[in-house]
Design a protein. Structure first.
Length: 201
């Protein structure tokens, strides 16, 4: 997910004060900032939120995580108004426009408008069969690499294990089999002696 500095850079590059001041402009800027956290699937009439390496379907009309992001967006827009817009002929009017996001109904309207800009179709989710999503990252079977989670993989499922833990477990099993081979060599295939040594050690 993007950092606050990255979000501020997106807002600054979009120059919202130079555009029409309407809910669609806010929705477009919001979508560019938060498309790695929130998506709307019209086929399912559901919002999806990204956290802990996967996309999760939300049951609420206005999920709390989405509304929290909109509150954060209001804060970022106020920062933009107080820094980038300083001295602009429309500075005060723009600041008043941004302040409207303090109203719950305005935030809900922004969520409705942002749904169009944050649309994802159901077939995009889990569309890459070569990705195995673990708790600690994603393994790409096609590339043979284990990498950090990426929201743009659009994965909704996740295994219950960490790949690094599985690798350690495999290493332990390898060490155990090495120990068993050593016992076999030392005991010259004597099963009773092997069993005794394994239990004793």
């Amino acid at each position: 997910m993007r950092t606050e500095a990255e979000l501020e850079a997106i807002i600054s590059s979009e120059k919202p004060i130079e555009r029409s001041w309407d809910s669609m402009t806010l929705a477009e800027v919001f979508a560019k900032c938060y498309n790695d956290r929130h998506l709307y699937c019209p086929e399912r009439s559901r919002w999806y939120s990204y956290a802990d390496g996967r996309w999760t379907e939300e049951a609420q009309k206005y999920p709390s995580s989405l509304m929290a992001s909109i509150k954060g967006f209001k804060y970022l827009m106020n920062n933009y108004a107080n820094t980038d817009c300083r001295g602009h002929s429309q500075e005060d009017n723009f600041r008043k426009f941004c302040a409207k996001l303090g109203d719950r109904h305005a935030r809900e309207n922004l969520a409705k408008d942002a749904a169009d800009a944050l649309t994802i179709h159901a077939e995009r989710f889990d569309s890459n069969p070569n990705l195995i999503n673990c708790l600690d990252g994603t393994f790409d079977l096609a590339e043979g690499v284990f990498r950090s989670h990426n929201a743009y993989d659009y994965i909704t499922y996740q295994t219950r294990f960490k790949l690094n833990d599985a690798a350690k477990l495999g290493q332990r099993r390898s060490e155990e089999s090495r120990f068993q081979r050593f016992i076999s060599e030392v005991c010259s295939q004597e099963a009773d002696t092997q069993d005794f040594l394994q239990k004793a050690l």
